[in-house]
Design a protein around this ligand. Structure first.
Ligand code: ATP
Ligand code: MG
Length: 354
């Protein structure tokens, strides 16, 4: 099966980790006899420098003609003082909006061999394996009116039935493929939008009798993510709560560099990127951890291409390399062998080819 993939490497370590992910996908292609066509486009800081805008029209065209988008990371100090329409991150927001990527998935998994770097006690971090499902294109970040003057500031939190329904259905579908449990997070004791959210969760849940579900207030969820994170399977929530809780949950693994994400449109088209930023402090040194980017492409294989066996093979390869005692340089002093970005990538490819 031939798949065409738009590759937006971005800035800083975005380029290095994306290159790593592409070589791993090439290995998957060889093993499973798939052909991938990579089409490269500019996004972020480099796009601003080259064509004067963070999301060039040419990049939109490339993405529209592809089956999925792989993204590195954008930004860096060079563009920090630019006006807001010439900021690298603006390109990312525009791309999410343009392609209606309304469901954001962030799996958080604690790897057994790296438990000692978690800020949580090892016995608390052990067994963490959750999927955070965040609504990405509605709610407080997009509601109108939105303004401030010297004496007053207004943000508006609006959710429509359809926006809530599609993300909640996505969560229940994922739970069926996992451990059959959904935790819906809201603030229904205070917010009207959360009351509608809860009602819709009830309606959707009735269609999934095999899936166990619970409602949890966001403040309680924030605590439970730290005290008992392994209790979560699928956590579904609205945009702002998801923004905050997914960053909170990501620290459990001990490195930003390990974690993938997917942003999906209703028809399965998606954008796949590691959760970390462009990390200018370590860019160009061949020391960035490529695993977040590599695991993002496993999500692409699974969610956009339905290549389940291929996705599993990729994830198993990563797990085997970590369990064999290898890691990248952000894991200092834990008695494991430190590899460069390219060495780690070669090790993972070696596992795939075994
Ligand atoms: P952004 O604003 O783009 O989200 P940020 O300021 O949140 O960026 P990141 O770039 O995500 O920060 O990373 C913060 C720090 O974590 C980096 O400076 C780097 O030291 C470390 N880091 C991030 N990603 C990786 C990685 N893949 N491998 C190793 N270290 C990383
Ligand atoms: Mg950040």
């Amino acid at each position: 099966m031939k798949k065409r993939v738009a590759v937006l490497r971005g800035d800083g370590i975005g380029k290095e980790v994306t290159d790593a992910a592409i070589s791993v996908l090439e290995a998957i292609g060889r093993r499973f006899h798939h052909e991938f066509e990579w089409v490269y486009g500019l996004l972020g800081g480099e796009a601003i420098d080259t064509v004067g805008q963070p999301l060039p029209d040419e990049t939109i065209r490339i993405c529209e003609e592809s089956d999925a988008i792989i993204l590195g990371a954008v930004g860096g100090p060079k563009w920090d003082n630019h006006p807001s329409h010439l900021r690298p991150e603006k390109g990312l927001l525009q791309i999410r909006k343009h392609f209606e990527l309304s469901v954001n998935l962030r799996p958080v998994q604690a790897f057994k061999s790296l438990l000692s770097v978690s800020p949580l006690k090892e016995e608390v971090a052990e067994g963490v394996d959750m999927m955070i499902v965040r609504e990405l294109t509605g709610g407080l970040y997009f509601g109108e009116p939105s303004f401030h003057d010297n004496d007053k500031a207004v943000d508006t939190l609006v959710y429509g039935r359809d926006e809530i329904e599609r993300v909640v259905i996505h969560a229940f579908e994922l739970a069926k493929q996992r451990r059959n449990k959904v935790t819906s997070v809201d603030k229904a004791n205070v917010l009207e939008s959360s009351k509608l959210w809860r009602k819709i969760v009830e309606e959707v849940a009735a269609r999934y009798p095999e899936v166990e579900y619970e409602h949890m207030l966001v403040d309680a969820a924030a605590m439970k993510l730290i005290t008992y994170p392994s209790a979560f399977d699928v956590l579904v929530t609205e945009n702002m709560f998801g923004d905050i809780l997914s960053d909170e949950a990501s620290v459990i693994t001990g490195s930003l560099g390990m974690l993938p994400s997917a942003s999906l449109r209703a028809d399965g088209f998606g954008l796949y990127e590691p959760i970390h930023g462009s990390a200018p402090d370590i860019a160009g040194k061949n020391i960035a951890n490529p695993i977040g980017a590599i695991l993002s492409t496993a999500m692409m294989l699974r969610s956009s291409f339905g290549m389940l066996e291929e996705a599993n093979a990729l994830e198993t390869a990563v797990k085997n390399v970590l369990e064999a005692g290898f890691c990248t340089s952000e894991f200092k002093n834990i008695g494991r062998q430190i590899l460069s970005t390219t060495e780690m990538t070669e090790k993972i490819i070696g596992e795939i080819e075994r």
